[in-house]
Design a protein around this ligand. Structure first.
Ligand code: 13P
Ligand code: SF4
Length: 327
């Protein structure tokens, strides 16, 4: 629904704003014209985090998307995140600055492959728990969705008499099994960023900062999780760093989180988790979005997320179940 006074009849223009005009300010003006909200993930570039109305993890972003009364959601994150916002907001326009902003985990589990697997293992009568990092097609095949922020709650709530299939992240799945004691069959997907952190690289940085606790994302491998003082979602990492008495903290996740940490906790030092090679711990998909692309996207109202209604409808059920269960 477009509210009165919202004008979408704009000429498609790229780079309409002159370089001398502050783009962040121009984006804010445009946001008001469009009655839009800007949601940004913790891994987005600093310029996008700084213009967003809300910056958070996948769970927080899903709640924000569910409760907004804006007409337009400018989603600064990756495709599956914007798609999730669209699934629960069929009447809003959801804009993603770069449509190519994908996710290696999501790619590891194509819906056709999952459907085939479920058919071949029909005797297992799987209860499918899908990590939110997956496509709408996969969500449509799931019983419930989870994020790294609520995975153990969702797994604990699964029917006790059903076999569980957890897709697509094997590391997050294994971590939840350790925490809940619930056995699950795991899809063999991984995040290409988080598997780059190794026990060797973490031990090495620990030697350099002996007093610094290590906080790691559950998408990291078992060997890295074992070395961490805390394993949690990016939002919980922010709380951990705020509450920790330590002044130096080693943060083992995508490097974008360090901007938010340094901004909200300026008196502490955050050391980015290193890898064994020169890889910088940045997600190339997350970094595809820029302030320029965000401005152009909101100006031109594209790229826009669209979905076939039957897929959207099926995918909405497990997302709403998750939002209900993790309140
Ligand atoms: P969070 O939900 O913990 O922010 O994780 C999202 C993600 O993509 C991690 O790689
Ligand atoms: Fe996907 Fe990994 Fe990038 Fe997160 S960091 S969006 S899981 S590829």
């Amino acid at each position: 629904m477009v509210t009165a006074g919202t004008n979408f009849d704009v000429e498609p223009t790229v780079g309409r704003v002159r370089p001398s005009v502050d783009l962040a300010e121009a984006l804010q003006e445009l946001k008001h014209e469009r009655n839009a909200i800007i949601l940004a993930h913790n891994y987005q570039v600093p310029q996008l985090q700084d213009v967003a109305d809300f910056v958070g993890d996948s769970l927080g972003l899903s709640y924000q998307a569910a409760k907004t009364d804006a007409d337009v959601i400018l989603f600064c994150g990756v495709h599956f995140m914007a798609e999730t916002a669209k699934i629960i907001n069929p009447n809003k326009r959801v804009i993603l600055p770069d449509l190519e902003a994908g996710c290696s985990l999501s790619e590891s589990c194509p819906p056709e492959k999952l459907a085939e697997f479920l058919k071949a293992h029909a005797d297992k009568n799987y209860y499918v728990i899908a990590y939110i990092n997956c496509s709408a097609g996969v969500k449509a095949l799931a019983d419930v969705i989870c994020t790294s922020g609520n995975a153990d709650k969702i797994v604990r709530a699964a029917p006790a008499d059903r076999n569980i299939l957890f897709v697509p992240d094997q590391n997050l799945g294994a971590w939840v099994m350790e925490r809940t004691g619930r056995k699950m069959d795991l899809w063999q997907g991984t995040c290409y960023v988080h598997v780059e952190f190794t026990a060797r690289s973490i031990n090495k940085i620990r030697e350099q900062y002996p007093g610094a606790p290590v906080v790691a994302h559950p998408e990291c491998t078992y060997a890295v999780r074992m070395l961490a003082d805390e394993v949690c979602s990016t939002e919980k990492m922010v709380s951990f760093c705020k509450e920790s008495p330590a002044h130096e903290i080693i943060v083992v996740t995508e490097a974008g989180l360090l901007h938010r940490l340094s901004k909200e906790i300026p008196d502490k030092t955050f050391i980015p988790g290193p890898t064994d090679n020169c890889f910088c711990g940045e997600c190339r998909f997350m970094k595809m979005n820029t302030l320029e692309k965000a401005y152009d996207a909101l100006l031109n109202m594209e790229p826009e997320i669209t979905l076939p209604e039957p897929v959207r409808k099926h995918a909405e059920i497990p997302i709403l179940r998750m939002l209900e269960l993790s309140r």
